[in-house]
Design a protein. Structure first.
Length: 384
């Protein structure tokens, strides 16, 4: 097949790879919708379990449907003893994203697969991927500190239960609510690199677990997950609100990127960052520690005005405030990307199901730039 070089776009920018009904980003207006529902409404009125239902079943549940769904999700929280052992045995020097990637594939062996050539796979029935990712991250943090595995609680929300499994004590109501809504905000974001990876693997009719495992690998890369870790490094480096101006002058002069700022899709402030900002303000007030909030607001104010003066406005993305929110919830930086993964696994599954519904294996073309056909050279004639 001859290649139409007119369709070539580095990084696939501007290429429409498939149709989707899962989510939509309106980058000009700063809007994000899951199945048509605005992220602000979901953050205010919904919770992670309901959003998982919405993503997988394409509509909000009725009261009885939600009740049944919650029971099913919560019943999946306990991780098998063998997975606990795997988490315990994982090398301390390895990153937990590598653990999640392996655990995803390993979890697959605990599920009876009905996936071969099935359009729906059995993701909706098992739910292990969505639910147990959080349990694996919590177990990882416990074992890192030589503490025991904490069995899940069935009466807490997904976010509150995660904090409970990490701490071993029940979080405050507001902490559980904030954690849960952070998962709502990260649950889905259209055709980004990890979601596209999940769809490509699903398009080969591989298992949903292998698709998720591959997506975890894509998310691990610093160009995708992990910007919030670097935001916190930046905040620590700056140290106080008074030092923001001088730090920014130097960063801009050195053409350094200000972490948590800018987005390929959003040309205005990321709608999720408004919610994260409110959470950080609430945590700062409740915990009596406004330092992170003050520094980040000062960076936002000064960076925006400097960039607007240059005629190049750049606004906060979701990662700008999220690292500080997690830090104030007592979570270490090493699990920031795994938290992203444990939320996004719902979106990945929704896309895997959509891919399977109307599947065609992904097989793009490449633009060959190598040597023209040439004769084989026997080894003795290839030089010393
Ligand atoms: N700090 C300083 N300058 C920035 C910037 C930032 N955070 N984000 C973009 N810019 C500038 C670039 O330097 C570039 O300037 P130029 O035209 O003078 O070269 C211009 O804005 C376009 O940036 P570019 O990196 O090409 O945009 P992109 O759409 O390819 O990339 C990001 C988007 C998110 C990768 C980019 O904004 C970035 O690296 N942000 C910081 C990391 C981050 O927060 N990532 C999380 C994303 S959710």
């Amino acid at each position: 097949m001859s290649v139409d070089t007119g369709t070539y776009s580095k990084g696939l920018e501007g290429i429409v790879a498939d149709e989707t009904t899962v989510s939509r980003i309106d980058g000009q207006k700063g809007k994000l919708y899951y199945r048509g529902y605005a992220i602000e409404d979901l953050a205010e009125h919904s919770d992670y379990e309901e959003v998982v239902y919405l993503l997988l079943y394409e509509d909000l549940p009725t009261g009885p449907e939600l009740e049944t769904w919650r029971k099913r999700m919560r019943a999946s929280r306990t991780i098998p003893a063998q997975i606990q052992e795997m988490v315990r045995a994982f090398p301390a020097s390895a990153h937990p994203m590598q653990l999640l990637q392996s655990a995803s594939a390993y979890l697959s062996s605990y599920v009876e697969h009905r996936i071969q050539h099935s359009p729906t796979c059995n993701c909706r029935d098992t739910l292990h991927q969505v639910v147990q990712t959080a349990s694996v991250v919590a177990a990882y943090l416990r074992f890192c500190e030589n503490k025991d595995y904490v069995p899940p609680r069935m009466d807490l929300s997904h976010g509150a239960n995660f904090l409970y499994m990490v701490r071993g004590t029940e979080p405050e109501d507001y902490e559980g609510r904030i954690m849960d809504t952070c998962l709502v905000l990260h649950a889905e974001h259209e055709f980004n690199a990890s979601t596209f990876t999940a769809r490509v693997v699903a398009s080969t009719l591989s298992t949903c677990y292998c698709s998720i495992s591959a997506a975890m690998g894509a998310l691990f890369g610093p160009l995708h997950g992990g910007a919030n870790e670097r935001v916190m490094e930046m905040v620590e480096e700056i140290g106080t609100r008074e030092r923001v101006g001088a730090w920014l002058d130097k960063a801009i002069a050195e053409k350094r990127k200000v972490m948590g700022m800018g987005h390929r899709e959003y040309k205005v402030k990321d709608p999720r960052s408004f919610v994260m900002e409110q959470f950080l303000e609430e945590l700062a007030e409740k915990k009596g520690d406004p330092r992170y909030y003050e520094i980040l607001k000062e960076i936002e104010k000064q960076f925006r005005s400097r960039m607007e003066e240059k005629g190049k406005p750049i606004y906060p993305n979701v990662d700008f405030f999220s690292g500080a929110v997690y830090t104030m919830l007592g979570l270490p930086r090493i699990v920031f990307t795994p938290i992203f993964a444990m939320a996004r696994v719902a979106g990945w599954l929704a896309h895997i199901l959509e891919q399977r519904k109307d599947n065609r294996i992904y097989r793009p073309e490449s633009l060959y730039k190598g040597p023209a056909p040439r004769p084989w050279i026997p080894i003795e004639k290839r030089g010393p």
